[in-house]
Design a protein around this ligand. Sequence first.
Ligand SMILES: CC(=O)N[C@H]1[C@@H](OP(=O)(O)OP(=O)(O)OC[C@H]2O[C@@H](n3ccc(=O)[nH]c3=O)[C@H](O)[C@@H]2O)O[C@H](CO)[C@@H](O)[C@@H]1O[C@H](C)C(=O)N[C@@H](C)C(=O)N[C@H](CCC(=O)O)C(=O)O
Ligand SMILES: Nc1ncnc2c1ncn2[C@@H]1O[C@H](COP(=O)(O)OP(=O)(O)OP(=O)(O)O)[C@@H](O)[C@H]1O
Ligand SMILES: N[C@H](CCC[C@H](N)C(=O)O)C(=O)O
Length: 495
Amino acid sequence: MEITLDSRKVKENSIFFCTSLDKNEAEKYINDAILKGAAKIYTRFDIKGKNVFVVDDFETKLRDELREFYPNKPKFQMAITGTNGKTSTAYFVWQILRKMGKNCVYIGTIGVFSGQKELDDEFFTRFNGNNLTTPDLISIHEILHIASTKMHCDYAIFEASSHGISQGRIDFLDICTAGFTNFTQDHLDYHKNMDEYWACKEKLFTKYLKNNGVIIANIDDGKTGTIVEKIAQENSEKTVITYGKNGDLQPLDVRLENGMQKITFAYKTQKYYINSWILGDFQVYNLLCASGFMLSLGFKISDFISILGEIMPPPGRLERVKKADKYYDIYIDYAHTPDALEKALVELRKITTGRLICIFGCGGDRDNAKRAIMGKTSVSIANFTIITDDNPRTEDAAKIRAEIISGIRELKAEKMARLKDFPIKRVMLFALQNENVVGNFMEIDGRKNAIEYGVLMMQEGDVLLIAGKGHENYQIIGTKKEYFSDFDEVASILS
Ligand SMILES: CC(=O)N[C@H]1[C@@H](OP(=O)(O)OP(=O)(O)OC[C@H]2O[C@@H](n3ccc(=O)[nH]c3=O)[C@H](O)[C@@H]2O)O[C@H](CO)[C@@H](O)[C@@H]1O[C@H](C)C(=O)N[C@@H](C)C(=O)N[C@H](CCC(=O)O)C(=O)O
Ligand SMILES: Nc1ncnc2c1ncn2[C@@H]1O[C@H](COP(=O)(O)OP(=O)(O)OP(=O)(O)O)[C@@H](O)[C@H]1O
Ligand SMILES: N[C@H](CCC[C@H](N)C(=O)O)C(=O)O
């Protein structure tokens, strides 16, 4: 017997909770579930049928049933949200705990894993298929139950995406710590506007975090910092650990030496030093956020400071391609938002002695308002941009590229307007017409071709950023999902 919220997944003997808030839709799903032989069907509406039960307090019934099916849970359930940095932070927390000998399960964009092979094989076969950041409600309860039962897992860290929060995928959990990395533009295909997107993220702290839970907040990110004031107004016992220039955890100095970052940070006036494999100022913020999680669990910095130097970034997050030429560097990164692309480019600019070249595209059936902004961002920072395809999904790939390029043209028009009364106008106009002032770019149809072109144009001192797909080992064109890996493409060109 199993529990499901989706009539499409009902099998003989399933228990189907029909969550739909629309009576006509509910009737349709319930008929489907009856035909498939559901043992019990719960609904909020007055609908009659075989094995159909109408419940007044639908939420409580669902919660109770989940508790009965999946009674065991890790004692410390932690969640991280934010536009960027969820995977990195969660992966850091998971690594720190594992290296301290604690059992922890990670649930997020790069899969579901615990570090125990047998269990991970089971997680991989059962839960890695849909590539969601936050799995559906039933899966998340089941994963936590399995981790607790088979691994005696005391700790769980999972990523709470805004889709996950708004679709109730993290309902009925007992979250003791919730972190907020940052809040910038994304997902405007799904949320009507940034206010609605914010309202959704905020729920993690106001609705889902338990009353005496701990919040880890980045106070250098203007919007994210406001959660601290919001919580102060609440009548709750929640506490806050902040990170940022004036936070409880403060980044003091970050410098790159011999391919490693020397990081100095402070906690309560005490200074700490780490020699780290992770690259980028943004990853230092994620590392401080992860340290905040550890503090919330009752550990002291001295318990894990030596481990901070050992942890690695998740795959495809500003990851240097190992076999690249000794004269130039290639990095693969998962930046797929304007803020992430800017952060990745700014970081790589610091280590580029030649040209900084960027290859990227944007996902189809996703926020189209970010496309033009990302075009502007790339040509403003990189010396050369190759605009190509990401996962076009059901959109026309050429149209997506055109929307990115429209941002570049806008930027150019803005610059030209500003130069209107400039004395050497004619010279500038000439340069602009040749696309040299706002950065060079070209459009290449097909990510494979774009990567090949990008790698072949590399010269001494150049750095190439291939952004947007990071760890992804697929490309979705139309409704077809086929194997594709930025890493493999680079390797095959270099071999
Ligand atoms: C747009 C979206 O988020 N869709 C998610 C949704 O899909 P769905 O097809 O079930 O949605 P739907 O057709 O509107 O149905 C809604 C509900 O009605 C019921 N239903 C529906 C049809 C039916 O025949 N019978 C039935 O019972 C089910 O309860 C169903 O969940 O619910 C599914 C189960 O939870 C998800 O797998 C699916 O994610 C799709 C595949 C997806 O691509 N989602 C992306 C956008 C996403 O969620 N991304 C986030 C964030 C990433 C980030 O932060 O960058 C993530 O967490 O991964
Ligand atoms: N703290 C941060 N601030 C800004 N950009 C970041 C930050 N951390 C990571 N990034 C950028 O975002 C990209 C994705 O990082 P990460 O996977 O950790 O974020 P995420 O929030 O989990 O993303 P998603 O939910 O879409 O998987 C990175 O490759 C990097 O370019
Ligand atoms: N979790 C994000 C990942 C985006 C990755 C990018 N490669 C794309 O396909 O847009 C989403 O589903 O919006």
